[in-house]
Design a protein around this ligand. Structure first.
Ligand code: FAD
Length: 829
């Protein structure tokens, strides 16, 4: 009979004492939540999990603002830690080298991210300057490098021990050699953890089981979409050139990333570590991942030398001193170590929507461990993390995204792309055609260029419209380089045709759900900041706020009946929006939330001729008096009935959103296009949609607004009703009373040829003041448009700023928002 556990009760049980679980215990106890037990199947603290093998390298720069700040937070904590008087973090600097002109450009873009997200002191270096900092690097092999002075490497297991020691002092208990085998879940809530050494009663579980996460969470029926992929790491034989290093030799040279060949190198004492992602992904099935035992540590697999040939040759070319040292005689110095890859490369964090009290913090690198652990600890103790964590939200996945086939295919692709130059509009080649709207065949026939989002195939533009570009001599018809990727001048033609005549947009992927029941109205009034109690047939745009006043989601609500409401939100955010709304329900509240996304088609019919087109296929009076802006009702489109028509438009034009039974969508499409022919209708895609919305100043959740932005700073004060109670009101009142410090401002570029992509730094008087949240070309206003939060004193019309794009500063001017139809007359035409 194994020893019983030291404790049989704790408020929080953490599964896994890798760097993530221990950092979470550290932060929970730091926030006053010390009634925590950490259970670990392996020995403490070299558990045999991924943390035991990581070379501990941290490159903080990341296109994601959230992940970049989380990396900076991790570094700050690691840097402040000590274990037995010794440091555990070495901020030796990071060099990302370029061997192609394209990578050199990419490094400029990365420096832009770093500046936008607050990393200081970055530089672009010549080969000689890079070699000065990394003495074994042959400068003739590179074109240049990007330098981050605060990057570096940490001693993973020592960091864990230092964190655990601090947490223990605050009352946290750590137990090694205990395997979690099950959970006691009753009434949808966790009550206890079962282990091979007894049971621990608890209120919540935080699963930090790394690559074992899917198996642990499966014990409560919660899917964790990650795969364990093997990654190669070789610790070389001693290198004579390093014999003379003095002092603390654990890390003195900068860490180096050679992303063109998916490699990294770091000096450790008298040798180097060489990491290799340049091989076909080697996935280990969950069932084949071992538990700790006598043999090889369970997160390791036998080294596969054949996968290391290219890495060896390239490393020897770039670091000649390493030639001949990369096949060490000690077999433990060459390893295939496993860690987690998810379908979208994001972490998996938060409380499961399915089981209350079951929290996850999975697929987190050493780079992000401490920072992410702080976010999850805040989320647990304060109800919200301080950063917007949508991209890591455990509930963001649609069910198909947790299927083994999808998780594996996407996880492998993320491994392949880990160091690739990924354009923001780059589309995966597979898996595709997962969710098809009823218009798909017709769109294909029109030459749709499909982009994928939330599994849906969505036309970005249609080749059939190329003839509309013909003869156009505007600047916008020409683009080159980065901005030309994922773009066609047809986008501009579709935009212009929509403004001039009418466009039909496939908006089926929008998140659609119905909320009904006797308590539906009070529920919505409580959760949303705008007035929901309006006559049946009204539509309202509104945001739901966090208790800190941040925007948790924004959407439109149409009142279909006294107790029935239709909510429409973005396709990308639909899943976590609905999960969050379900979480707001109170015990006994008579409210039902029904997902309708996959059962309804949706079309946007927008443009000044939209009424003419719709009139031709329906008997309903569409006049302004009978069917005003922001109202909705049922109608028929030919035989397609019923169709729920909402008079609202993301294009900022007269028009309707039309929702009907999925199976009848194709018929509706045919009828509308046929009726629209004499009015010059075009099928228009996502590219035109984006630029139409930006000209109209519509905010996009996840870019312009998120939980870190409040409606007042975002210019959405019109959608807040102060005369009612709603979640987050108190915090918002405080913002109102002191006045927002920043405001979302609209910028236009002075040179009409300039187009940026988003996330670029914004400067004023040469000083960094913000970053671009959304950007597009405005084909009607004939200017590049960018939005960004500026200090209020700069957010006034006419302020001159600069936007830095690939290292070049472009002049831009703050302009009144929105650029298009500020009075909304076209919407109400
Ligand atoms: P782990 O360290 O694996 O911890 C999870 C723990 O859960 C394990 O100790 C396991 O034993 C325990 N557990 C699982 N199931 C149970 C159960 N049922 N009961 C009890 N306990 C259980 N990241 C970087 O940022 N920089 C790098 O340079 C880097 N290089 C890497 C190189 C290699 C070779 C590898 C393998 C990984 C590398 N990583 C790197 C990734 C990084 O190591 C991991 O992402 C990170 O360590 C994950 O930490 P974790 O705590 O989630 O997982």
């Amino acid at each position: 009979m194994p020893d019983l556990l030291a404790r049989d009760r704790a408020r929080t049980v953490i599964v896994g004492a890798g760097i993530v679980g221990v950092a979470a215990a550290y932060h929970l106890s730091d926030l006053g939540e010390s009634d925590v037990v950490v259970l670990e199947q392996g020995p403490l603290f070299e558990t045999g999990g991924s943390t035991s093998h990581a070379p501990g390298i941290i490159f903080q720069t990341n296109p994601s603002r959230t992940m970049c700040r989380i990396a900076q937070d991790s570094v700050a904590l690691y840097d402040a830690l000590q274990l037995d008087g010794e440091r555990v973090w070495y901020g030796v600097g990071g060099l990302e080298v370029a061997t192609t002109p394209e990578r050199m450009q990419e490094l400029k873009r990365r420096q832009g991210f770093a500046r936008s997200w607050g990393i200081e002191g970055t530089e672009l270096l010549t080969p000689a300057e890079a070699a000065e900092r990394s003495p074994l690097l042959d400068p003739s092999t590179i074109l240049g490098a990007y330098w981050v002075p605060t990057d570096g490497a940490g001693k993973g297991v020592r960091i864990v021990e230092a964190l655990a020691r601090a947490a223990s002092e605050r009352g946290v208990t750590f137990e090694g050699g205990v395997t979690v085998t099950g959970f006691d879940v009753r009434d949808g809530r966790v009550h206890a953890v079962e282990t091979d050494r007894g049971r621990v009663e608890c209120e919540r579980v935080l699963c930090c089981a790394g690559i074992w996460g899917p198996s642990v969470a499966a014990l409560v029926g919660v899917p964790v979409p990650l795969v364990a992929v093997q990654h190669q790491l070789v610790w070389t034989e001693p290198i004579p050139e390093l014999a003379s290093l003095e002092g603390d030799t654990w890390a003195q040279h900068p860490v180096v990333r050679h992303q063109d060949l998916s490699l990294y190198m770091r000096q450790r004492d008298d040798h180097y570590g060489v990491g290799n992602y340049r091989h076909e992904p080697l996935v280990t099935a969950q069932a084949d991942i071992r538990r700790p035992g006598d043999g090889m540590q369970p997160s390791l697999m036998p080294f596969t030398p054949e996968h290391f040939d290219l890495a060896e040759a390239e490393t020897a070319r770039m670091f000649p001193a390493l030639a001949g040292t990369m096949r060490p005689s000690d077999p433990t110095r060459s390893l295939n170590g496993m860690f987690s890859f998810t379908p979208d490369a994001g972490s998996i964090v938060g409380e499961s929507a399915a089981v209350r009290g079951f929290w996850l913090c999975e697929a987190v690198w050493v780079t992000h461990a401490a920072g992410m652990a702080r976010q999850v600890a805040e989320w647990i103790t304060e109800g919200e993390p301080s950063y917007d964590l949508a991209e890591a939200d455990a509930n963001r996945f649609y069910p198909f995204q947790t299927s083994p086939a999808y998780v594996r295919a996407r996880g492998e692709q993320q491994y392949r792309e880990v160091y690739d130059i990924v354009h923001p509009l780059q589309q995966p080649s597979s898996p595709r055609d997962i969710r098809l709207t009823p218009f798909h065949e017709r769109q294909r026939a029109l030459g749709a260029e499909f982009f994928t989002g939330a599994g849906w195939e969505r036309p970005q533009w249609y080749e059939v419209n190329r003839e509309l570009v013909g003869g156009v001599t505007h600047e916008w018809a020409r683009r080159s380089g980065w901005a030309a990727r994922g773009w066609s001048p047809i986008v501009g033609a579709e935009h212009v045709a929509t403004r001039a005549r009418v466009g039909v947009f496939d908006i089926t992927p929008f998140g659609k759900f119905d909320i009904d029941g006797p308590d539906a109205l009070p529920f919505l009034e409580r959760v949303f900041a705008n007035r929901i109690d309006r006559p049946v047939g009204s539509i309202v745009y509104t945001a739901a706020l966090t208790h800190r006043g941040g925007i948790r989601l924004d959407l439109t609500i149409a009142r279909k009946g006294e107790e029935l409401f239709r909510l429409v939100t973005g396709g990308g955010s639909g899943q976590h929006d609905v999960a969050w709304l379900r979480r707001q329900l109170r015990e006994g509240e008579r409210v039902r939330i029904t997902e309708r996304t996959g059962s309804l088609f949706a079309l946007g019919l927008w443009g000044p001729r939209a009424r003419d087109v719709l009139m031709a296929v329906t008997d309903v009076d569409l006049s302004n008096d009978a069917f005003p802006y922001m109202t909705a009702r049922y109608l028929s489109i030919g035989e397609v009935s019923p169709v729920w028509a909402q008079r609202i438009s993301y294009a900022g034009e007269l028009g309707w959103e039309l929702y009907g039974q999925f199976a009848m969508g194709a018929r509706a499409w045919d009828l509308l296009l046929e009726a629209g022919r004499e009015h010059g209708i075009v099928a228009a895609g996502g590219g035109a949609f984006d630029s139409l919305r930006l000209e109209k100043g519509y905010r996009l959740w996840g870019q312009d607004i998120d939980t870190e932005r409040d409606p007042l700073s975002a210019g959405l004060g019109f959608a807040v009703r102060w005369d009612k109670d709603f979640q987050g009101k108190q915090a918002l009142e405080a913002v109102r009373d002191r006045g927002p410090a920043q405001r979302l401002a609209c910028l236009t570029f002075d040179d009409p040829r300039v187009v940026v992509m988003g996330k670029e730094p914004i400067l004023h008087d040469g000083r960094l003041v913000s970053y671009v949240t959304s950007a597009a070309f405005g084909y009607t206003v004939r200017r590049g448009i960018a939005y960004g939060y500026l200090p209020v004193e700069l957010a006034a019309e006419g302020t001159a700023v600069e936007v830095e794009y690939f290292g070049v500063r472009h002049a831009a001017t703050v302009t009144n928002d929105p650029l298009w139809d500020p009075k909304g007359e076209r919407l109400k035409a």
